[in-house]
Design a protein around this ligand. Sequence first.
Ligand code: ADP
Ligand code: ASP
Ligand code: MG
Length: 441
Amino acid sequence: MLLVLKFGGTSVGSAQRIKDLVKLTVSPTPKIVVLSAMSGTTNALVEISNALYSKDVEKANSLISALKQKYLKEISELYSKKESLEKATQLVNNHFNYITAFTLDMFTVNEEKAILAQGELLSTAMFHYYLEETGVKSVLLPALNFMRIDPNDEPDLTYIEKNCKEELKKYPGDNLFITQGYICRNAFGEIDNLKRGGSDYTASLIGAAIQSPEVQIWTDIDGMHNNDPRVVSKTHPINQLSFDEAAELAYFGAKILHPTCILPAQKRNVPVRLKNTMQPEAEGTIIANISTNEGIKAVAAKDGIIALNIKSERMLLAHGFLRAVFEVFERHKTSIDMITTSEVAVSVTIDNTKYLNEITKELREIAIVEVDTDQTIICVVGQIPKDRAGYGHKVMEALKDIPLRMVSYGGSSNNISVLVKSSFKKEALQALNKGLFNYNN
Ligand code: ADP
Ligand code: ASP
Ligand code: MG
C-alpha cells in the first residue's frame, strides 16, 4: 500500500527546499513522491518555446543559458560531495544540450512538448541524487513509461494502472519511489503533458491506479481556503470537503488544485489531503467521500470565459432546437460550463476558444448569436439543500452592486454560479467575502 505525495513548484523551488523534502518523505511508510518542476521553470520553458516559434534563436539561446545558469547554481548548493555534483552537472548539461538542439531545426507543438517535459525530469533526478548522497535508497520511476493520454487527450487509466503496477513490480523490496508530475505520452507515443498545473492530476491518477490509501498534495498554503488568497486579503482554510465540493472548486478556478484532479481519486474513492510544505503541522484539508455540513464553504473564480447568447428565430423549445445547438459544440469538442435559458434564447459559456469561429458560424445558420468575451465565472460552493430558503438571496444580496450576465442555481446542490465581466471579478470576490464570510477586505 503506497501513499502518493505530490510536491509542487515552490516545494522544490530551491536547493534548500529540495533538502527540506527529506524530512517529509523519508520514513518507513511506502510512498510514491510526485514532483513538479522547480517554480518558474515551466514558465521559462514556455518562453523559450515562444522564442523558437517566432524563430528568435538568439533570444531562445539567451533564455536557455539563463535557465541553465540557475540550475548550475542550485546544484552547487544542493550537493556537498564531489561525485554527486559531477553527476548532477552531467544531468544539467544533458538536459540543456537537448533543449538547445531544438534551436537548430523546425519547431512545432511536438518539440514544444518535449521541451516542457524537461523541468520535471530535472527536479526528480536532482532529488533522487540528493537522497543518494544522504544515503537514502530511492527509485526514480520514469513517468513516460506509464502515464498516457488517449486520442481525446484524456488520461488512459487502464493503461496507467497496468503499466504503473508493472513498473513498481520491478522493485519488490523498495519503499520510496520518485516520479515526474505533469508529463506523459500521448496515443502516438510522443512526449506530451497533462496541461499546466497537471502534476496534481498525475498524483491523483497514480493514486487511483494503485488504489492508494491517500493522495497528499503538498503546496505553499495550508489547504483549500474559502476564497482566492491572491485576490482577497482575508481567507481561512477549510478542514473538510466532499469530493463534489472540491471538484467544483478546482474546476471553477481554485488554483491549489488542477481542474480535473479530483475526479480519478473520487472514482476510486481515494482521499486527497492538501498540506503545506512550509507548515507541515497545519491540519490542511481532507477531501473524501464524506457528507459535510450544510452551508456555503468557499468561492472561486474562473477567468477566460466566453458567453454565447443563442436566440432562436422561432421558439427555443421548438422541437429539436436545443439538440441542434448542443450538437454544434459536440462536433467541435468544446464543452459547455454554464447554461441559462429563456423562452426564446439560451446562453452558454465555454472556456476553449479553439473552435469559436466554426461554432459561431454553424450556430448562425440556425439562430442569432451574440458573443461576449472577457467573462469570469464566480462559483459559490457548499452544501446547499434544495428545500432550504435563503442561500440564493445571500449570494444575490452580496452581489447587489455587480452586473450579472448569467446566474445558475440548482444544477447541483453544491453550486451557485454567476457570470460577470472579468473587470468585476475582484469586486465580486470581495463582496462575497464580506456577504458570505463576514470579512472586510
Ligand atoms: P503548486 O506549485 O504547489 O502546485 P499552485 O501555485 O499551483 O501550487 O497552488 C497553490 C496556490 O493556489 C496558492 O499559493 C494560492 O495562491 C492559490 N489559490 C487559489 N485559490 C485558492 C484557494 N481557494 N485555496 C488555497 N489556495 C488557493
Ligand atoms: N510544472 C508544471 C506547471 O508549471 C506542472 C505543475 O507544476 O503542476 O504547470
Ligand atoms: Mg499547482
